[in-house]
Design a protein around this ligand. Structure first.
Ligand code: PMP
Length: 351
């Protein structure tokens, strides 16, 4: 017998690499290539550091109220956390407490099975079809909860709201989490459905479309009862999560809707151009509604392309996972200039 027998052993999630060197074109973690709103820099500059003496507002009300007005919901319908990873982890802990397995696609955000393992939640994955589409029948079954990333990651594929609604209607007796980390890049949000379905939790983040991955803000929307259960678990774990500077920064970002719309539109335009150019070079991919493209090449392996690009200081993401995705690369949408350099490098390799 050793103390190690009592250790909760986990295989952690592996985040994308954050290279220390400069001069890297970083297209591997779906960060926004643009800086956050200038109002964010202003809020940081003007922040009164003496406020850090005190514990933060546990309700993060300045941020939550700004969010309520930006998203057209009540404050009681909002839960905030340290990035959507924190929100999702707490949602798994709160809502998935059944003997029946929680279900999600076999190819999706690779943190879901890590949380399920960590909390010892039974789970089952459902195979996507050949075109990385979810088969809705798989979600109309007995289960302990449902998790759907929409658009999905790393595939970029959007699921229609009609199908989401069918899944919600069938699963009235369990919680359905819709993880909308990438929804702002041209997909439809399930947010309007929270009034109708008390089992729906919509999770979003400031990390992608609001260019604030470093500040760590994520949120969940749902009916008050659902949000209150989430708060009970959060306040049984750590009351002080969002710090006051983060709260001020998040609220400032929300006040600049024009900037948000501008950088999002730029990313969408670059993505569409990137799709065209990648196609011409022999890549294929499912239609992406996100800030990345999940592509495979007709001739070269993903590994070969990954290694070549890395030597050129262009980082993309390669998941060495079984099934069909190990021959795919997930390439984040950068600035136009970054994508030009990516395409130039690829031409060198491919032609
Ligand atoms: N959900 C999905 C589908 C993601 O790809 C990510 C980013 N890794 C997250 C949630 C978490 O993002 P964050 O914690 O930065 O909000």
């Amino acid at each position: 017998m050793s103390w190690e027998d009592n250790v909760r052993k986990v295989v952690p999630y592996t985040p994308g690499e954050q290279p220390k060197s400069s001069g890297v074109i970083k297209l591997n973690t779906n960060e926004n290539p643009y800086p956050p709103s200038p109002l964010v820099a202003k809020a940081i500059k003007e922040y009164d550091a003496s406020l850090l003496r005190k514990y933060p507002d546990t309700g993060a009300s300045e941020l939550v109220e700004e969010m309520a007005s930006a998203y057209g919901v009540k404050s009681e319908n909002i839960f905030v956390g340290i990035g959507s990873d924190d929100v999702l982890a707490l949602a798994f802990l709160t809502f998935f407490n059944s003997e029946s397995p929680v279900i999600f696609p076999d190819i999706t955000y690779s943190f879901y099975d890590v949380w399920a393992e960590l909390y010892r939640i039974p789970y089952e994955t459902k195979a996507l079809d050949e075109e990385f589409r979810l088969k809705k029948e798989d979600y109309l079954c007995d289960n302990g909860g449902v998790v759907i990333a929409n658009p999905n990651a790393p595939t970029g594929v959007e699921l229609s709201l009609d199908v989401i609604e069918e899944i919600l209607a069938y699963n009235r007796d369990r919680v359905v989490i819709v993880d909308e980390a990438y929804v702002d890049f041209g997909a439809r949000s399930a947010l309007p459905l929270i009034d109708k379905y008390d089992n729906l939790l919509v999770v979003q983040t400031f990390s992608k479309s609001r260019a604030l991955a470093g500040i760590r803000i994520g949120m969940a929307f749902g009916q008050k009862k659902l949000i209150d259960y989430l708060k009970d678990v959060k306040f049984s774990f750590n009351s002080y999560t969002l710090n006051p500077l983060t709260i001020a920064v998040g609220a400032a970002a929300l006040r600049d809707d024009a900037y948000f719309k501008d950088i999002t539109a730029k990313t969408v335009a670059t993505r569409e151009r990137m799709k065209k150019e990648l196609k011409e070079l022999g890549f294929s991919f499912a239609d992406s509604r996100t800030n990345f493209v999940f592509a495979t090449h007709e001739r070269l392996t993903a590994e070969e392309i990954f290694t070549f690009l890395r030597e050129k200081n262009i980082f993309v993401r390669h998941f060495k996972k079984p099934r069909s995705i190990d021959n795919y690369l997930r390439i984040s949408v950068g600035t136009d200039e970054e994508i030009d350099r990516l395409i130039t490098a690829l031409k060198e390799l491919i032609r």
